[in-house]
Write a protein that binds this ligand. Structure first.
Ligand SMILES: C[S@@+](CC[C@H](N)C(=O)[O-])C[C@H]1O[C@@H](n2cnc3c(N)ncnc32)[C@H](O)[C@@H]1O
Length: 209
């Protein structure tokens, strides 16, 4: 089994070069997320990868910090943002450390991330503590145990342990939509938007109670 940061460091160059696999789904996520952002918001993105989404959303808010456990992902993100919008910064940090900072923020964003965390409950609880009154957590999450997604997902889920054993897959949680939503609510949030979008990953916007 490969350490998480090393796994994603190795994947970074290829990840940056690969075209977006499902543009309709990506556009759905961007459009829905942008609709929740305000010009005075301070956004903390967890698992930002090579910063593509950060670069597209940062102009909508006052401050945007993209974080990722992989130094290689962040190196590429910084290159891409060299002439980028003011107020956009990138830091190397695992989600748990990133969210435990002290400065308050208004939105915590985690796209294609929660299923990769070993303790997503703790990260959500810390996000709740970090967020300002009424702050938002916005997530999009692969749900490999969701029955409504059909047998293809289950076949893929069954392959993951084998792929992990040879270093070809990261750690992955198996969420259902309902389980994921309960977890977010249990961390102190009320759900204000849920959807699957074209890719069938669960898109959830939740407000701090
Ligand atoms: C599937 S990629 C998604 C990247 C980006 N959010 C997107 O939607 O394109 C997952 C990202 O999460 C990062 N990651 C994985 N585990 C993490 C952790 N524990 N803390 C922070 N980032 C993590 C990886 O380095 C990778 O950049």
């Amino acid at each position: 089994m490969v350490d998480t940061a090393k796994f994603w460091d190795r994947a970074a160059r290829k990840y940056a070069a690969a075209p977006i696999r499902d543009m309709a789904s990506y556009e759905y996520t961007l459009e829905r997320t942008r609709s929740h952002l305000r010009p005075d918001h301070r956004v903390l993105e967890l698992g930002c990868g090579t910063g593509s989404t950060a670069l597209l959303l940062a102009d909508a808010v006052a401050a945007y910090t993209g974080t990722d456990i992989s130094g290689q992902m962040i190196r590429i993100a910084r290159e891409k943002a060299a002439a980028g919008p003011e107020g956009l910064h990138f830091e190397v940090a695992g989600a748990g450390d990133a969210v435990r900072g002290t400065a308050s923020c208004d939105v915590v964003l985690g796209l294609n991330l929660l299923h990769l965390l070993r303790t997503p409950e703790a990260v959500l609880r810390d996000a709740h503590a970090r967020l300002s009154e009424g702050g938002l957590v916005i997530t999009k999450t692969v749900c490999l145990a969701e029955p409504s997604l059909g047998p293809k997902r289950f076949a893929f889920a069954a392959l993951i342990p084998l792929m992990r054993a040879v270093g070809k897959a990261p750690f992955v949680q198996r969420f259902t939509f309902a389980g994921l939503e309960r977890m977010i609510q249990a961390a102190g949030f009320e759900l204000i938007e849920t959807g699957t979008g074209p890719a069938m990953s669960r898109y959830i916007v939740a407000r701090k109670r």
